[in-house]
Write a protein that binds this ligand. Structure first.
Ligand SMILES: [Zn+2]
Length: 243
């Protein structure tokens, strides 16, 4: 997926980035066990309509693909939930109409709000810019990971690492790890979802958008104080292409 149209893509797989804005991570404060969208209960009890998107070999569920044409299953949402929560399986953000309005006031181009069947006021929130993990991720065995205290060193400058090779059937890594301190959000991105694996996503927002969200006093929203990696304005840096 093209997340950084203005960056110069080079033959060696590196892109030149000139960061011009800071990005912070935004999160839902709560995972609600009773907010069920994809499964009828628990983690793996999927609704029939989503079963084709579950890998028969490793069990990973591609919810990005499954929701491409909207949601199909009858969801279970409690009567009162905050403006932002994550589903029982921590896969997706469920947001209120107020959250949608606040984001769209800033810009209508930032995200998709997927309607939930029979729910007027809530949506599944999906940033338009999604940064998927690179096809080849550094493999470090779990044992090595546990014994290493300098995690940046273990990640060797790459924001992603995995314990083992991806599933041969679906190509997904299980237990992909992501290190925010090593990740540069492209400078033209206002809002993006950094897909860690099919189970979770880290959401980055520009500081300006985060301020706008913060002023709206939305319930359930956590704006992390720490920014993503940042290099001085004048510096051109290289990072491996993530597409
Ligand atoms: Zn698989």
């Amino acid at each position: 997926m093209n997340v950084a149209g203005c960056h110069k893509r080079q033959a060696n797989g590196y892109v030149i980035i000139k960061p011009t804005m800071n990005h912070v991570e935004i999160e839902a404060k709560e995972i609600r066990p009773n907010v069920l969208i994809f499964t009828q209960s628990g983690w793996i009890d999927f609704y029939e309509c989503y079963k084709d998107f579950v890998c028969k070999k490793c069990g990973s569920f591609d919810w990005f693909l499954a929701t491409q044409n909207g949601l199909h299953a009858p969801p279970t949402l409690p009567a009162r939930i905050p403006d932002i929560v994550t589903t029982n399986d921590n896969r997706a953000w469920i947001v209120s109409y107020r959250f949608k309005k606040t984001v769209e006031e800033y810009s209508k181009k930032l995200a998709r709000f997927i309607p939930i069947p029979n729910q007027k006021d809530h949506y599944v929130f999906l940033p338009n810019d999604l940064i998927f993990p690179p096809k080849k991720v550094r493999i470090t065995p779990e044992a090595e990971y546990k014994n290493e205290f300098n995690l940046d060193k273990l990640f060797n400058g790459e924001p992603h690492r995995a314990d083992k090779l991806p599933c041969k059937a679906c190509g997904h890594y299980s237990n992909l790890c992501f290190r925010r301190s090593l990740f540069y959000v492209p400078d033209d991105v206002v809002l993006c979802g950094i897909v860690i694996d099919t189970k979770s996503m880290s959401i980055a927002a520009s500081e300006e958008l985060a301020k706008h969200l913060s002023e709206a006093k939305l319930s359930g929203l956590l704006i992390k104080k720490k920014s993503f990696s940042r290099v001085p304005n004048e510096t051109l840096i290289q990072r491996k292409s993530h597409s």
